[in-house]
Design a protein around this ligand. Structure first.
Ligand SMILES: [Zn+2]
Length: 110
């Protein structure tokens, strides 16, 4: 399933819990490591939304940073460069703890 279709599924589930209403805006957080390009996601979502009868929906994107955690020394933070080495202990045993996902943060309806 594409990322856009997954978001639409989440959206449908949430809208199903509400009284019938007009969808105004969606706010999404795109992880820096998600591999998702904002422009292509925007296009895919707009196409799916219009297909479901939601026109003129504002799509707002925020980027969430890549955050890593070192399994050796518990350092946690963002890395500016993609060396993927812990800045504290130089270990390469880093887990990604944020930045891989695309999240539907907010739905605005009227
Ligand atoms: Zn470390």
């Amino acid at each position: 399933m594409s990322v856009a279709a997954g978001i639409i599924n989440v959206l449908d589930a949430k809208l199903g819990q509400l009284a019938p209403c007009k969808l105004i805006a969606l706010e999404l957080t795109v992880g820096k490591l998600s591999g998702i390009e904002e422009q292509s996601l925007r296009f895919a979502l707009e196409t799916l939304l219009v297909g479901q009868g939601h026109s003129d929906v504002h799509l707002r994107f925020r980027q969430s940073p890549a955050v890593f955690k070192c399994t050796a020394c518990d350092w946690q933070g963002q890395l500016e460069t993609f060396t993927l080495l812990c800045p504290d202990c130089n270990s390469s045993e880093l887990d990604i703890i944020n930045g891989q996902d695309v999240i539907l943060e907010r739905i605005e309806v009227e």
